[in-house]
Design a protein around this ligand. Structure first.
Ligand code: HBI
Length: 363
């Protein structure tokens, strides 16, 4: 239980899509689980997000305005910009006008505007960085915000922090899931699963390549963000036995996930965390991933899955051939020990207190 007094919190959602659309990727589940856990602990929480958002049964302040272009599409030297009447600036303006109603404001948008505003808010404005380093202008604002006020920048993993010029400004918070939503399975069927936004940075082609090379069935779940990309990959590996199961609710997704031999993660970019990895472990499903980014901090090689050389399809195949050596009960235990909502909620409460320690009013 929280040892601290209840806080009045405002969360600013990701600016690229309404919550629940699936385009927000892992951040959508992060916001849902964190909001539920902090509310359970007695904190007063308001979430502001692009109109059309849903966050379970939690109320959301719906903000109109044009969505922000995805930061993943920025080249390193490109200058991030916002459209006219941008939902991002409308959310920031709401936060600025109402800031005195809150003890803390946490921004979940991966955008320069809220970062730039860090020093001009009286209420502490914190930032949860949801992706690795992508763009120089973004890196600059993240480091500037993190250097101007202590403990204001949170992230998922150490590997993610290390992709930025100054990893020390980051508070590594990991992630957490509601373990009760995932049921352990000891008797898998004969298929692998790949779960994630169908988008180029996720390198779905490697999973298709493995399926074609081994002739082993693969089930894919996740938001179909780029249909052309899917078509291109399925044409290229037209002998692979791959079924697209759609973008499903957690309940429906885990019903397919739990029966898998293993979860396959093939990130091209440095995956900040990979929440699907802890969802798999919670079902007792081992994880096969590249030794890169968040998954390399989640998977214990040879114990809860296998880590292989990034981009190596033969490495994935070798891991798949010995996946029977992994004890599925140990996978579930690992999720219980490291990724419960309680442990994660404690880390966020500690972050909140560390970031407001300077001003006694917020103790
Ligand atoms: N891009 N510009 C921008 N802003 C975000 O908040 C953002 C993004 N790309 C993806 C994203 N957020 C997250 O929802 C996750 O996909 C990581």
């Amino acid at each position: 239980m929280s040892a601290s007094r209840p806080l009045n919190l405002l969360f600013i959602s990701t600016s690229v899509a309404p919550l629940g659309s699936g385009i927000g990727g892992g951040v959508e589940l992060t916001l849902l689980n964190l909001s539920r856990e902090l509310t359970r602990r007695g904190h007063q929480l308001e979430v502001i997000a692009p109109e059309g958002s849903a966050l379970g049964s939690l109320p959301v302040i719906q903000m109109p305005g044009k969505l922000q272009p995805k930061a993943q599409n920025l080249s390193r030297k490109e200058i991030p910009a916002s459209p006219d009447n941008s939902v991002l600036s409308n959310m920031c303006e709401f936060a600025r006008r109402n800031q005195y109603r809150y003890d803390l404001i946490v921004n979940f948008s991966y955008d320069w505007l809220p970062l730039y505003l860090t020093v001009s808010f009286d209420t502490p404005l914190l930032h949860f960085i949801s992706m690795s380093s992508l763009n120089d202008a973004m890196d600059f604002e993240i480091i500037k915000a993190g250097s101007s006020r202590k403990n204001r920048i949170g992230c998922y993993s150490r590997a993610q922090a290390e992709t930025f010029p100054d990893p020390n400004i980051f508070t590594v918070l990991g992630s957490g899931i509601d373990l009760d939503l995932y049921s352990y399975c000891d008797t898998p069927d004969e298929y692998m699963v790949w779960i994630g936004r169908i988008s180029r940075e996720k390198a779905l082609e490697d999973a298709f390549h493995l399926a074609q090379m081994t002739g082993y069935p693969l089930k894919v779940m996740g938001k179909m963000e780029e249909q052309a990309y899917w078509d291109e990959v399925s044409d290229r590996f037209d002998n692979a036995q791959v079924d697209y199961e759609g973008f499903l609710s957690t309940r429906e997704m885990q019903a397919i996930l739990r029966k898998a031999r293993a979860l396959l993660m093939t990130p091209k970019w440095v995956e900040a965390f990979g929440i699907v990895a802890i969802e798999a472990l919670a079902c007792g499903v081992p994880v096969i991933s590249y030794r890169k980014g968040g998954p390399s901090e989640i998977v214990q090689d040879g114990i809860t899955g296998y880590l292989t050389k990034p981009g190596s399809i033969p490495g994935l195949a070798e891991a798949q051939s010995k996946i029977g050596n992994i004890d599925r009960k140990v996978c579930r235990l690992s999720a219980e020990q490291n990724y419960s909502l309680e442990a994660w909620g404690d880390r966020f409460e500690q972050w909140f207190h560390s970031s407001t320690a300077q001003s006694s009013a917020y103790l």
